[in-house]
Design a protein around this ligand. Structure first.
Ligand code: KG4
Ligand code: ZN
Length: 337
């Protein structure tokens, strides 16, 4: 029998466990935490407590779903960071305990690296394309907005980053201003479908090079809405789809223009998107359009692998296993990497 890896992800508000055998995903279970919905964002203390409750049943289910016993697991991969420290601590401690009890290797995984390797997740019996190297990936989530070059499975270089808020935060914070619960990204995406994306014009940042900024857009959106509500208290209720479509259009054009710039600068046309915001239908359509125009070989992840999941941790862990990159029991989680 080949190599079987149990993977654990607990960096933010999703508790996930997956089983990967010889580079193929056998199972991927995710427990979402609805508890944060009414708070407008993830509450760290509540997240770590929910991870504590969920981690054993989720792992148990993932093993059962894969038809794999505890004795068959050859190594445990886990998210070391970046993320919320209390949340990471739950997954790290669980992985360390599991590896110690079974006397098997422990593999730490960088959460951002794993999001990019989402494109290497393969399911047995499915016809699938995977990127070749170098691979240029736009990683957009609630905590990160980066442009990354993947030079090999284990070698990556960050060439662009946000200097303040992440793209997902722009969706979530503007959504909160409109009274939507967390996470607001999917709600805005849905409402944008019936709105006019050119109804309102919001400010775009002037950031050098391949970096991003989203805090100005959030402030612009807030002041714009306050002004309109002073004139007409019903403005928001009457214009939700147009507001969502215009906001989403602004965020997407900021993201796509930098991705195009990165591709032109590096000469790489093997392109992908990843992270929670890569589930956005407007962004998916926009990169498909660019790919046609610019002859990119484009990779868009299935929706299930856009948000945080352990399958991506497992696949990254698998490549690290092949290279013998293991951690010892001294390893501790890190909020920033
Ligand atoms: O990758 P992820 O699950 O967690 C982090 O590592 O941050 O991403 C969560 C983020 C949230 O900000 C959420 O609003 C956003 O992804 N998101 C979306 C969509 N689905 C999730 N944003 C825009 N459109 C969507 N369809
Ligand atoms: Zn993530």
């Amino acid at each position: 029998m080949g190599v079987t890896i149990l993977a654990i992800e607990s960096s933010c508000d999703d508790t996930s466990a997956a089983v990967v055998r010889d580079g193929y995903i056998l199972s991927n279970l995710i427990a979402n935490q609805d508890i944060h919905m009414s708070y407008g964002g993830v509450v760290p203390e509540l997240a770590s407590r929910a991870h504590q409750v969920n981690i054993v049943p989720v792992t148990d289910e993932a093993l059962k779903d894969a038809g794999v016993t505890i004795e068959e697991v050859d190594a445990v991969a886990f998210t070391r960071g970046p993320g919320l420290l209390g949340s990471l601590l739950v997954g790290t401690s669980f992985a360390k305990g599991f590896a110690l009890a079974r006397r098997i290797p422990l593999i730490e995984v960088n959460h951002l690296h794993a999001h990019v390797l989402t494109h290497f997740i393969i399911e047995k019996g499915k016809e699938q394309r995977i990127p070749s190297f170098p691979f240029l990936c736009l990683l957009v989530s609630g905590g990160h907005t980066r442009i990354i070059i993947l030079k090999s499975h284990l070698q990556m270089e960050v060439i662009g980053s946000t200097i303040d808020d992440a793209a997902g935060e722009a969706f979530d914070k503007c959504g909160k201003i409109m009274g939507f619960s967390y996470p607001a990204g999917p709600v805005i995406d849905k409402l944008a479908e019936t709105g006019n994306k050119n109804a309102y014009l919001f400010s775009k940042p002037k950031v050098q090079g391949l970096n991003f900024s989203f805090s100005g857009l959030k402030t612009n959106f807030l002041y714009f809405l306050q002004d309109r509500l002073r004139e007409d208290p019903d403005f928001l209720r009457k214009n939700r789809p147009d507001l969502c479509a215009s906001l989403q259009h602004t965020i997407i054009s900021i993201l796509v223009s930098k991705l195009v710039k990165a591709s032109l600068q590096t000469g790489i046309s093997e392109i992908g998107i990843a992270g929670g915001v890569s589930a956005n239908s407007g962004l998916r359509n926009a990169v498909i359009e660019e790919a046609k125009k610019r002859k990119w070989n484009l990779f868009i992840p299935p929706i299930i692998y856009t948000t945080d999941n352990a399958a991506m941790i497992g696949i990254t862990g698998y490549y690290k296993y092949l290279r013998g990159e293991f951690s010892d029991q001294e390893v501790a989680p890190v909020a920033r990497l």
